[in-house]
Design a protein around this ligand. Structure first.
Ligand SMILES: Nc1nc2c(ncn2[C@@H]2O[C@H](COP(=O)(O)OP(=O)(O)OP(=O)(O)O)[C@@H](O)[C@H]2O)c(=O)[nH]1
Ligand SMILES: [Mg+2]
Length: 448
């Protein structure tokens, strides 16, 4: 209860203080916004027939999902308990249009995805405060055409939202499926944290004997090291569905693995607030590094502006006073210079015409020089070495920068001369105040 109060308070604060800055720097706020909404999510992904739906049925104590030996399910199904708030089944087209839910971002993937998305409202109290998502089994040799939408991108979006991702394998296809490879290699590391993913080999009761199981487990470990490119293999939970196991087999050797897996899944909702804070923290830090680089660029631009400006002003004042003396001595124009008119006491406004021309020409030339040469040159230098605009003194900042460098380049390339006068340093202070004040306060509340 307290957690949901903190969640909505944080949501309001971010919407009020940070959302306008995201739009100022053309950054996508929708992912942060939807990440703060709704209840904790556990995402179940993995090979087709690895036992995803069977595990979900077991967790919910229902027969809500269809199971079967061949690829059975080609949809993303959100299973949760919403009581009378929603009907028993809500189609994807409704989900992607409901602002209260975090699925609006899936609208952009088109009708092919929305027709493969639904919410099932089950009458299980334990699922009132969490949702579990069943997903289409991962296949070999699929293309975007086969699915009708970019499966990996959609999977990445779900992964971003999830507080726990359970990646399932089975002994028959121990890590050899192409889509699984690409998910582990690219999508998941980019969209989620390592600590949010757990690996599971299910259906272990189907191995005929222990050597069969060890062979499958070894193959999976080998494939995992190929997929992650690392030698330290994460823990792989060995499990089975007790309802489908009628003989006492290998499954009985690892009862604690099953228990641990179930505990992890049930504990996922407790991580929700922490994950929201982590996500807000990371995305606001991304915004900060972009803002820092743009602020540094505009500061350099303003410095150059004043440098050119000072020279132009000195020249303008000098020419205002003496410009007509030169033209007078060269082409006898004007007949009387400003200085001599003042000295002889017969000053009229016509004596000011030429001095004012002399005053404005260097100023206008200065502005033209700045816009057409100085600023362009500065932009060229900034785009050639944008990393010089920010200090990258630790790995965390270097990672942030790698992610945001191109965004910064686009912002700088599209900027107009007048943009150098926008208050980027003010924006930066607002971001810093949020990170060091508001967000820290929420971390402290969570720890308390
Ligand atoms: N013996 C045994 N069979 C299992 C176990 N888990 C699942 N099965 C069976 O394996 C088949 C596939 O299970 P599903 O739960 O449909 O697998 P899935 O991952 O949801 O498959 P898709 O929806 O196609 O991606 C079904 O026939 C299940 O009955 C298990 O632990 N032991
Ligand atoms: Mg299934």
């Amino acid at each position: 209860m307290l957690e949901s109060k903190i969640q909505s308070e944080l949501q309001n604060k971010v919407n009020k203080k940070i959302a306008p800055l995201f739009s100022k720097y053309n950054l996508d706020f929708s992912s942060l916004e939807s990440g703060m909404k709704w209840k904790p999510i556990v995402l179940i992904i993995g090979n087709y027939s690895s036992g995803k739906s069977t595990l979900i049925n077991e967790l919910t104590g229902t027969d809500i999902q269809r199971t079967g030996q061949a690829p059975t399910d080609d949809a993303f199904t959100v299973i949760t308990s919403e009581g009378a708030k929603r009907p028993k089944e809500v189609p994807g087209s409704t989900l992607v249009n409901d602002d209260q839910l975090p699925f609006v971002k899936f609208k952009k993937y088109g009708e092919k995805l929305t027709s493969h998305l639904c919410l099932k409202n089950i009458d299980v109290p334990a699922f009132a405060d969490m949702a579990i998502i069943d997903s289409p089994g991962m296949l070999d040799a699929t293309t975007e055409k086969d699915r009708g939408y970019d499966y990996m991108e959609v999977l990445g979006e779900f992964a971003k939202m999830a507080d726990l991702i359970v990646l399932m394998f089975d002994p028959h296809k121990a890590g050899t499926i192409k889509e699984t490879y690409s998910a582990i290699r690219n999508t998941l590391p980019e969209k989620s944290g390592e600590d949010r993913i757990i690996f599971v080999m299910s259906r272990i009761d189907e191995c005929d004997n222990i050597s069969d199981l060890v062979r499958s487990y070894g193959t999976l470990c080998w494939n995992m090291s190929q997929m992650t490119g690392r030698k330290d293999i994460p823990h792989i939970y060995l499990t089975y569905s007790p309802n489908l196991t009628n003989t006492l087999t290998n499954a009985d050797l690892w009862p604690q693995e099953r228990t641990e897996l179930m505990e992890k899944i049930h504990a996922a909702p407790g991580l929700r607030l922490n994950h929201i804070l982590e996500d807000v923290d990371r995305q606001v830090n991304e915004l900060q590094i972009v803002c820092e680089s743009v602020a540094e660029y505009t500061q350099r631009a303003r410095k150059l502006f004043w440098k050119i400006g000072k020279i132009s002003i000195v020249l303008a004042v000098f020419l205002f006073c003496f410009g007509d003396v030169f033209t007078n001595s060269l082409i006898s124009l004007p007949q009387q210079t400003l200085i001599s008119a003042l000295r002889e006491g017969n000053f009229t406004l016509t004596n000011l015409i030429l001095p004012f021309i002399f005053l404005f020409v260097p100023l206008i030339l200065g502005v033209l020089l700045f816009n057409n040469w100085g600023l362009k040159n500065l932009l060229k230098i900034a785009l050639a070495a944008p990393q010089d605009l920010v200090s990258l003194d630790n790995e965390y900042r270097r990672n942030l920068w790698r992610k945001m460098e191109n965004t910064t380049k686009t912002i700088l390339s599209n900027s107009k001369p007048k943009d150098i006068w926008l208050g980027h340093s003010g924006n930066l202070s607002k971001i810093r105040r949020f990170l060091e004040g508001d967000l820290k306060k929420y971390y402290d509340k969570l720890r308390a």
